[in-house]
Design a protein around this ligand. Structure first.
Ligand code: FAD
Length: 473
């Protein structure tokens, strides 16, 4: 699959571009509906005119998942919370409109004493965009965001709104539509609302510290088990990792931490930690890092030295904060990314092979490699489907060549039975992926709810196979 996809229009200025600038599109029509009825009539109208339809989120997929040559819907006007159904144990089913950005959702939930049980690295995505590509965080006992979804409202190709969810009996058309709608690259239809299983708000104690890569490689499982949410960044060309361990705090411990912080000493400690955090964030992910990456672009020979400096400059730090503030970070430096989900037992060998290839090739790679973990689940298109999973992601600064590094990494990932993240760069097709997912079921549901291929695009066709007769132009 091409890393850059540009619409066929002769006009050179793209109408829409994703965050990473790997994808541009020039749809025939765009619309920003503000109600579900409007979405339904826009879909029906476009289908009648023979146009394909795609909703987009915040454009944070690196792949052309959100590209269309037909009608592109921006659901920013469909944002906010609609219902909260609480249970006695403090959990709740919370329904939000489909275009709600995650950073807004955190606050809506926190104001009600609730939270999402796990999150990814950033919160710029919309809830619908995030679940549609299988966005995940880290944690041996936790699944990706789509595993937290228990119901959706979806406008299908006939312009009808359908409400489907986990309460529909297994094997029914409703339940199968739900399977495709909660993680299906937008091929089931346009989501207008998403219901999640929220948990009582919680805090995390986050410990970050430099460690040796060798320690991780000796026992990756022990590392994965060392915290509720463990992850690491390894700087290619060095032997160092930055290990991040986030532990869920019971409410009383979090409250105690708040009290400890209230004295002068506590405040000073807190300020020191926050200043340290700011320095590290600037070094590894933002302002100073951008300057370092530009330096590496101008003189790639400096890259190993910059990596060594970055890995040594990172210090140990501890933060205690509400979950969403610990899980999610700001990412201001643009990069390209490939990430594969691997059987967890393969992660040590895979990281070792990446290190060997990097050592042999001397390839200038200015961004760290990230390792995360997830529990198995049973979602049709989940990258963690049916197996304990480790995610390994390779990145490269947007202005530096990424192909050799990514191609080498992809060969290693594929040999280890890896599955590509649906929203990140890769070259797998439906033929390669058929051994990992029930693509026959996916195609059957797509044919049933969308016989004319209104909700397909070239990316969905490439990775899922053509699920429809595809009569729409
Ligand atoms: C800086 C950065 C950090 C990231 N961090 C992580 C991470 O920690 N973990 C991780 O797993 N991924 C991560 N990603 C990937 C990202 O989470 C996914 O690509 C996600 O899909 C982006 O969401 P979005 O709202 O931007 O959706 P888009 O990219 O705009 O769209 C994604 C898909 O969702 C579909 N879609 C959107 N809205 C609807 C709707 N209403 N109805 C039907 N279909 C819809 C689109 O058609 C498209 O197929 C990161 C990406 C970036 C750029």
């Amino acid at each position: 699959m091409a890393d850059t996809v540009v619409g066929t229009s002769p006009i050179t200025v793209p109408a829409w571009e994703n965050w990473a600038r790997t994808v541009a599109a020039r749809p025939a029509r765009t619309a920003s509906p503000e109600s579900e009825d409007e979405v339904a009539s826009l879909v029906a109208g476009a289908a009648a005119d023979g146009l394909r339809v795609r909703a987009r989120g915040s454009g944070h997929s690196f792949t052309p998942a959100a590209v269309t040559d037909g009608l592109l819907l921006d659901l920013a006007g469909l944002s906010g919370l609609t219902t909260v159904r609480r249970r006695p144990d403090g959990t709740a089913r919370v329904t939000v409109r489909a275009g709600t950005p995650l950073f807004h959702l955190h606050h809506l939930l926190a104001a009600r004493g609730l939270a999402m049980t796990n999150l990814g690295d950033i919160d710029k995505q919309t809830i619908s965009g995030a679940i549609s590509t299988g966005t995940h965080g880290t944690g041996l006992r936790f699944g990706g965001l789509a595993t937290q979804v228990c119901g959706v409202r979806v406008v299908t190709a006939d312009g009808v709104v359908r409400e489907v969810g986990v309460d529909d009996a297994s094997g029914t058309p409703e339940r199968e539509l739900f399977e495709l709608a909660r993680l299906g690259l937008g091929t089931a239809g346009v989501l207008t609302a998403v219901t999640i299983e929220a948990v009582p708000a919680f805090w995390l104690r986050s410990t970050e510290r430099p460690e040796r890569l060798g320690e991780f490689l000796e026992d990756p499982d022990a590392f994965a088990r060392s915290a509720d949410h463990a992850e690491l960044y390894w700087f290619p060309g060095t032997h160092r990792i930055q290990a991040i361990r986030n532990v869920r705090l019971p409410a009383d411990e979090a409250a105690q931490w708040g009290t400890d912080r209230s004295g002068l000493k506590g405040r000073l400690r807190q300020l020191r930690q926050e200043a340290r955090g700011l320095v590290d964030d600037e070094l590894v992910t933002n302002g100073v890092f951008e300057v370092a990456c530009r330096l590496c672009t101008a003189a790639p020979i400096l890259t190993p030295g910059v990596n060594r400096f970055a890995s040594k400059a990172l210090a140990a730090r501890e933060t205690v904060a509400p979950s969403y503030r610990v899980f999610c970070h700001k990412r201001r430096v643009r990069f390209r990314e490939m990430e594969y989900a691997l059987p967890r037992e393969a992660v040590g060998d895979v990281v070792r092979e990446l290190a060997d290839w990097h050592h042999r090739s001397g390839e200038p790679v200015a961004f760290p490699v990230e390792v995360r973990f997830a529990a198995p689940d049973d979602l049709w298109l989940s990258t963690s489907r049916g197996r304990d999973t480790a995610y390994v992601a390779v990145h490269q600064y947007q202005r530096m060549p990424h192909r050799r590094w990514f191609d080498a990494a992809e060969r290693i990932f594929v040999a280890a039975q890896g599955r590509p993240h649906w929203g990140k760069l890769h070259h797998r097709t439906a033929q390669d992926l058929a051994e990992h997912y029930p693509l026959g079921d996916v195609a059957r549901v797509r044919r049933a709810v969308d016989p004319d291929g209104v909700f397909t695009n070239s990316y969905a066709d490439a990775v899922l196979g053509t699920g429809s007769a595809g009569t729409v132009r």
